[in-house]
Ligand binder design. Structure first.
Ligand code: HEM
Length: 492
């Protein structure tokens, strides 16, 4: 027993020393000093990143390194960002990779092994297909948002308290997204909606548990996560991919047969599944491949949009003083434009106050440091500072807004009128070459959702206080894990 402990400790110390020795001799940004070896800055960062990063910046400038979870990470601050390095991180995709960094925390490669292979083609196809048809999809998405909201929130004749908003919103938003991705027919099946929503909900554990094991040896947490999946101890993908594949196969088969049968008079379904099918020879369509393409969209769209909507609800529930003003705007839009309860696509741009409120919420709910990129090869910034391959860079986003950055001013973006517009001081959707191509789809869905709930309900936080939604550390994701209650009651 004692021998095993001694041997284990020797092995650990050897590995630790070897690891440290292997670290290359580059002119890296300054490493912030720390007291405790191995632990480094982990707890300072984890417990209060906002305060801690501010101190680091004051002492070390706008680009510095921290030793967190057993690894050195580079924080690229916004002042530097505005000049050159930020542009470098966002534009040099031969060096900085968002998806690879995400894959370290969230083992996509073992959950859905071919998904990373299809990722490079996705943004372009999405732009040419879904994102250029937002107007065409507007009515049916809106309808699905309203029906699904009714299903999950109900009438609220008596006031109801919801403590698990993120989960409910994930289910609501899965409905319109499934509708335009897999089509009207298959998205009616509860099984399909569950696959869209629950895969993300069940996979959250990989993002919410801090990488404690990395303190023992960098990468150990990632290794253990992957082993669990490979051994089948916990694999949410198996459960959710199978039913979705079954529905894709059914639909592909049906469409091919009907097209063959009806020829030119066949009515082409308008959805992304059809777009994807048309990329291939009809005799050579691989349904598992289509499933991976669809999973990529599930990854990119559902979790992100659900977080954003949850934040907007929490933000308004925390500040009921803005409810009346937003209600009046939505009522006007509704009265002037609705046909059978559905508003036209163009009416989205009449929701100026709501748009600004959404943008302000998104601005203030990004993590203080985030948009992690994995460095694919040693890199020298244009100021001469260097970072090694396999290092993670995080953008230090805090205070990106110059004018009263911490203050929530819901109508400060009225002149912009497009919550999805990317500017240097609004980084929720990234920046540069890989700026989120789905941002308008996301904002449209948020607006449809908020238009409906503002008209139907009054809502406020149970605590009657402001429920903070800002992300902290690398792993604490307050909105997903939040138990902040919100009271909904029918508007009379
Ligand atoms: C509020 C919701 C959303 C947020 C906050 C968000 C945020 C982001 C961010 C920060 C990036 C990385 C940008 C970069 O590398 O600099 C990104 C990329 C991406 N997003 Fe979104 N996103 C959202 C919704 C969506 C939706 C609805 C879709 C639809 C499918 C989508 C599809 C994508 C894709 C395909 C990429 C990769 C782009 C590329 O690599 O060129 N996103 N998103």
């Amino acid at each position: 027993m004692y021998q095993a402990i001694i041997l284990g400790s020797l092995l650990f110390i050897t590995l630790y020393i070897l690891k440290r020795k292997r670290e290359p001799e580059l002119t890296m940004p300054p490493l912030v000093s720390y007291k405790f070896p191995i632990i480094g800055h982990t707890f300072d960062f984890f417990l209060n990143p906002e305060k801690f990063l501010k101190q680091c910046r004051e002492e070390y400038g706008d680009i510095f390194c921290l030793y967190i979870w057993g690894q050195v990470r580079v924080f690229v601050g916004i002042e530097i960002a505005r000049k050159e390095h930020f542009g470098e991180v966002y534009s040099r995709d031969d060096v900085f990779d968002v998806l690879k960094a995400f894959n370290k925390r969230f083992p996509i490669d073992v959950l859905c092994p071919d998904l990373l292979k299809v990722s490079p083609v996705a943004p372009k196809t999405l732009k040419d297909t879904i994102f250029s048809k937002l107007k065409l999809y507007s009515d049916r998405m809106q309808k699905r948002v309203y029906l699904s909201t009714q299903k999950h929130f109900g009438d609220c004749d008596e006031s109801k308290i919801f403590y698990n908003l993120f989960e409910i919103v994930t289910k609501i938003i899965s409905d319109p997204i499934a509708n335009i991705i897999i089509g009207e027919e298959e998205s009616q099946h509860e099984e399909v909606l569950n696959s869209f929503a629950n895969f993300i909900i069940d996979s959250m554990i990989f993002l919410t548990i801090p990488p404690f094991l990395d303190i023992i040896y960098p990468g150990l947490q990632e290794y253990v996560n992957r082993i669990q999946i490979r051994l089948g101890l916990y694999n949410p993908a198996v459960k959710h991919r199978k039913p979705l594949l079954k529905h894709i196969e059914k639909q592909v088969c049906k469409r091919l047969q009907e097209k063959e049968k009806y020829g030119d008079s066949w009515k082409r379904p308008d959805d992304h599944l059809q777009d994807l099918m048309e990329e291939h020879d009809p005799n050579n369509i691989s349904c598992p491949y289509l499933l991976d393409r669809i999973y990529l969209i599930i990854f990119a769209s559902i979790h992100t949009t659900a977080i954003a909507i949850t934040n907007v609800i929490l933000s308004l529930a925390s500040r009921p003083e803005y409810m009346q003003e937003l209600y009046e705007e939505q009522l006007k839009v509704h009265k002037e434009t609705n046909v059978n309860g559905i508003i036209p696509f163009e009416a989205l741009s009449d929701m100026k106050k709501l748009d600004s409120f959404i943008r302000e919420t998104l601005r203030l709910s990004v993590n203080v440091a985030g948009i992690d990129h994995l460095v694919k090869k040693d890199y020298t910034f244009s100021n001469g500072l260097q970072i090694p391959k396999n290092c993670i860079t995080s953008i230090y986003i805090d205070d990106v807004y110059r004018d009263e950055p911490k203050s929530f001013e819901p109508f400060r973006h009225l002149d912009i009128n497009v919550a999805s517009k990317v500017t240097k001081n609004f980084l929720t959707f990234g920046n540069g070459k890989h700026t989120c191509p789905g941002r308008q789809l996301a904002v449209n869905n948020i607006k449809f959702f908020m238009h409906n709930v503002i008209l139907k309900y009054n809502f406020r936080t149970v605590s009657s206080k402001i429920e903070e939604s800002r992300g902290t550390g690398f792993t604490a994701l307050p909105v997903e894990t939040s138990t902040a209650g919100v009271i909904f009651e029918k508007r009379v």
